[in-house]
Design a protein. Structure first.
Length: 73
């Protein structure tokens, strides 16, 4: 996973750490959000809900990859 602002991807006990944010991100993708909008949302999650700010590059890479997903309901 590219976006791991709190560094828990290698911790098997933290597999659901980012799950609360998934539905919001899926909705953005289904609504056709571009990478900049997803990037902004990930940044908001970090700063508002986590109280941190990680480097920009992983966030932008994750946002670009998320826009490439083909989701359907």
């Amino acid at each position: 996973m590219d976006w791991d602002p709190i560094g828990v991807n290698d911790d098997p006990g933290a597999t659901g750490e980012y799950a609360p944010y998934a539905s919001q991100i899926i909705r953005l993708i289904l609504d056709g959000a571009d990478a900049h909008k997803i990037y902004a949302h990930l940044l908001e999650i970090e700063t508002v809900y986590m109280g941190i700010r990680s480097p920009d590059e992983p966030r932008m890479l994750a946002a670009k990859k998320l826009t490439e997903l083909e989701l359907s309901l």
